[in-house]
Design a protein around this ligand. Structure first.
Ligand code: SIN
Length: 315
């Protein structure tokens, strides 16, 4: 039987499989990260970390139903020093992406500078799209403020040493993706990850006549299969506007090998899995790697380069 190659390359970073966890999905504690290291994912991504540890928002702050999830976690994490210490202690056998968040450009810059010293980090994924920072309400989601993004990139590319990627929020108009691409194309960005959860959703428990999560009056970021069409559209549009050197990691609603295929057809070089990883646990990577390989075999493709970015418009 012909060998199917599901390896990929994110702007020079080589992955044994094109699937990894999404930041936030069971990647916060020592045990969770160790399990990811031992899994068949192609890379691992940490929970978005801040300068100091954060408890996050009040409970209940996560809920899932058959086709989606809602969260308002509020960036619970143990702080950058914990994640750097974890990496120093562990034998690292696959690329590690440190996800970085913060309440200000200065906080994020501080964490980037600290991460520069850790040889076990392959790249930084800077989270410009967290929808749940209640204390940042007036500032909103950074990725929606194009001037701030531009100013931020000017600043961090003065001192960065590691490859840098950005986790972006979903955009709903072409002009926004085009304008964001014009900004990103000016900087030596390695990759973008799109999309983060869709902000400002609400899910209702009819029996209790209440929201299902508590923080922020029940509003939160929506993930899971319900958001896949929007995420695919963002990947496809960014693929057409970005310089080809900038890789795209697709994220949003992946449940099967077929979903992975769709993302790569839209131009993604790799994919991340969030809600389904939380639902199914770490074995999801084995299943998805298998389903994806079988689909490629059936379609007579031998690697992702055979179909990446080749989505056709129906005639
Ligand atoms: C959170 O911790 O609130 C979620 C992080 C994110 O969506 O970026």
């Amino acid at each position: 039987m012909e060998n199917i190659d599901i390896t990929t390359n994110i702007n020079g970073i080589q992955l044994s499989s094109c699937i990894m966890n999404a930041s936030g999905a069971i990647c916060r504690t020592d045990i969770e990260l160790s399990n990811l290291l031992n899994s068949s994912s192609g890379a691992i991504v940490t929970k978005s970390c801040t300068k100091h540890p954060r408890k996050g928002n009040s409970y209940p702050r996560y809920f899932e139903w058959n086709i989606g999830s809602i969260n308002s976690m509020g960036l619970p994490n143990y702080g950058i020093d914990f994640y750097l210490d974890f990496l120093e202690r562990k034998k690292i056998t696959k690329p590690v992406l440190i996800s970085i968040a913060g309440r200000s450009i200065d906080e994020i810059s501080f964490i980037i500078q600290k991460s520069n010293f850790c040889s076990k980090i392959s790249a930084l994924e800077i989270n410009l799209s967290c929808p749940n920072l209640i204390e940042n309400k007036n500032q909103g989601i950074v990725g929606y403020d194009f001037c701030v993004v531009s100013h931020f990139l000017e600043k961090i590319f003065r001192f960065h040493e590691k490859p840098i990627g950005l986790k972006l929020p979903p955009y709903f108009r072409d002009i926004h993706i085009e304008n964001m691409s014009l900004i990103l194309n000016k900087f030596p960005i390695s990759f973008i990850t799109c999309i983060n959860s869709i902000p400002n959703g609400i899910f209702i428990d009819v029996n209790k006549e209440s929201t299902v999560i508590r923080p922020n009056k029940g509003f939160g970021g929506i993930g899971g299969s319900i958001i896949k069409p929007f995420a695919l559209a963002n990947v496809f549009k960014f693929y057409s506007f970005l310089r080809k050197e900038i890789s795209i990691i697709g994220c949003g609603g992946i449940q099967s090998g077929k979903d992975m295929f769709e993302y790569i057809l839209c131009g993604a070089s790799a994919v991340q899995i969030g809600t389904q990883l939380i639902k199914e646990g770490i074995s999801v990577f084995d299943r998805l790697n298998q389903e994806f390989s079988s689909l490629l075999r059936k379609k007579k493709y031998s690697s992702i380069d055979d179909f990446k970015g080749k989505l056709q418009n129906i005639l």
